[in-house]
Design a protein around this ligand. Structure first.
Ligand code: CFN
Ligand code: HCA
Length: 547
């Protein structure tokens, strides 16, 4: 009980004091105590920097961010991992991104694990021949629309030129059958390339923009045509979002990249509006489309019933059409009935409970909305690999320095194409919208949305996780598979916010209901109080187990 009474500043001190001075100094910049909204306006958090060697981070690698995250959910591109088999195997469906198997055009290669299976021989003599063979084999077997090649660490170390192989094979295979065009492109996404998955997102965004986006500018039917960027259909989230959009009469032109197809990427440039769900992983594509075709983008969030309603209203307000605005209100009213009924049952049992969220680059923020709806408090949160803008928000701090890695328009030399540049609204209309209070890119970021006296920790590690739990005993901890069992052994339930354990969808209205029921089940289960560690029973063991 005395430990529970520690102030957040004392908790921080207690945790950092175990580190060598140099390490403590570094972690100090990534470990903030929330001092209230005003004070936090001038506080910087250090993010997107290298993890200190020796520390057990939650992070993944650049290859995972590129191949697993961005391109993984697209069903009709053959994704070949050029590397040792473990890399391909680990990124094979573990993320639970779902696909609509009943789609009529359903070429679906997601259930396959394509890899060149590099071994010592290839490391010594080079792996480019094996890669050529793999591309040829994939083509012979499937005749796909596109083949993507992903580099793992050894590829960069031995210098295999994946882009040369892609170019060569594209030329060769396109000469075979003039009626079947295949697009082949490669990614230099070696695992070690950045400090985390985030560099992989960037590499994926650049290449997909260079090689695919805008290849087929055919506008499908639909009055209100949007792209959904940064929604990956984990546990079926994208299905629920599309259900709601359909109901409102809003047409999904393309999705980056939950349940997506090559064709959707290729026609993305025809949409009226880009809606950005996970800003961290996809802001690059949104900015590039805005520069090239004048498609404005807005930040949306479909995690949480209120956020879903707010996002729908924002989309409707952008189009400004009374019919759409009214329809959206009807849909919200209808869907909220079930949401409210579930909350009325669950909320009395969840109110006042506490949560900690340490995940990825956007969910540690988005999921706080669902906890708020449940009357729960987020007492600690942080990202694995987000950048400062995800913490601090854009435009909230006027002079925010967005790190160099966050924008890449200059690097790609994207120019407005006067022939195709066709702002979906005139500059005048956009100005009027902004003058009327319409928020385009503005979003709050994690820190402005959190309360005073909470902890914000970037790139948390296993030692800090265990200490936090020991001192602050949250009712639930949200993280990933590497953390799950270590946390549960400490007697605290862990909800995976990456793959949702076996659950989901959690997006949209039906998703919110699923989440309320799941969290109620977890935080009110008695099982955790029966857990007793061996060293609690026999204190002398603590020297062996934890010392
Ligand atoms: S689905 Fe997304 S929502 S894309 Fe990103 S930052 Fe990862 S794979 Mo894990 S669950 Fe996570 Fe986010 Fe965007 Fe997922 S919070 S870590 S790279 N993420
Ligand atoms: C990744 C994918 C991951 C890992 C999840 C986890 C995912 O970053 O490589 O650690 O549980 O969502 O599947 O983030």
């Amino acid at each position: 009980p005395t430990k529970k009474a520690m102030t957040p500043a004392e908790v921080k001190e207690e945790i950092l004091k175990r580190y060598p001075t140099k390490v403590a100094r570094k972690r100090d910049k990534q470990f903030l105590v929330h001092e209230g909204p005003e004070a936090m306006q001038t506080k910087d958090i250090q993010a997107n920097v290298r993890t200190i060697p020796g520390i057990i981070t939650q992070r993944g690698c650049t290859y995972a961010g590129c191949k697993g995250v961005i391109l993984g959910p697209t069903r009709d591109i053959v994704n070949i991992t050029h590397g040792p088999i473990g890399c391909g195997f680990y990124s094979w469906l573990t993320r639970r991104n779902q696909t609509d198997a009943s789609a009529p055009d359903a070429a679906n290669y997601m259930t396959y694990c394509f890899s060149t299976d590099m071994t010592e021989h290839d490391i010594v003599f080079g792996g480019m021949n094996k890669l050529r063979q793999a591309v040829q084999e994939a083509y012979d077997l499937f005749k796909p629309r596109a083949i993507a090649i992903f580099s793992t660490c050894p590829v960069g170390l031995i210098g295999d030129d994946v882009h040369a192989v892609a170019r060569e094979m594209k030329e060769k295979l396109n000469a075979i059958d003039p009626n079947h065009k295949v697009n082949i492109f490669a990614f230099s996404c070696e695992g070690y390339k950045g400090v985390s998955q985030s560099a992989g997102h960037h590499i994926a965004n650049n290449q997909i923009f260079t090689h695919v986006v805008g290849e087929e500018m055919k506008r499908p039917e639909g009055k209100y045509l949007i792209n959904m960027l940064g929604e990956y259909n984990i546990g079926g989230d994208a299905f629920e979002i599309e259900r709601i959009l359909d109901k409102c009469g809003i047409t999904l032109n393309s999705s980056f990249s939950g349940n997506s197809t090559y064709e959707q990427f290729a026609r993305a440039g025809v949409a009226d509006l880009n809606c950005v769900m996970c800003h961290r992983s996809i802001n690059y594509v949104a900015d590039m489309m805005e520069t090239k075709w004048g498609i404005p983008w807005i930040k949306v969030n479909f995690i949480g019933a209120k956020s879903t309603a707010k996002s729908l209203r924002k989309i409707a307000q952008y189009f400004g059409d009374k019919q759409l605005i009214d329809r959206v209100e009807e849909v919200i009213a209808e869907e909220m009935k079930n949401v409210d009924a579930t909350l009325a049952d669950v909320k009395p049992r969840t109110t006042g409970k506490t949560a900690m969220l340490f995940v990825g680059g956007s969910r540690a923020h988005h999921y706080q909305d669902l906890f708020k709806e449940l009357g729960m408090r987020s007492i600690g949160a942080g990202y694995e690999f987000a950048h400062r803008d995800d913490y601090e928000g854009r435009r909230v701090i006027p002079d925010i320095k967005v790190d160099a890695d966050s924008r890449n328009i200059e690097e790609l030399h994207i120019e407005q194409d006067p022939a195709n540049y066709n702002p979906r609204k005139t500059d005048e209309e956009l100005k009027q919208l902004e003058a009327a209070g319409f928020e385009f890119k503005e979003y709050a970021g994690l820190i402005p949305d959190m309360d005073k006296d909470t902890l914000i920790i970037d790139d948390i590690n296993s030692w800090e996780t265990e200490k936090l739990i020991e001192i602050m005993k949250p009712d639930i901890f949200c993280a990933g598979i590497k953390e799950k069992y270590a946390v549960e052994k400490l007697g605290v339930p862990l909800k995976q916010l990456h793959n949702y354990d076996m659950g989901g969808p959690y997006a949209g209205f039906k998703g919110a209901v699923n989440y309320y029921l799941e969290i109620d089940r977890l935080v009110n289960s008695k099982i955790w109080s029966y857990l007793e560690a061996p060293w609690d029973k026999e204190p002398e063991l603590s020297a062996t187990y934890v010392g």
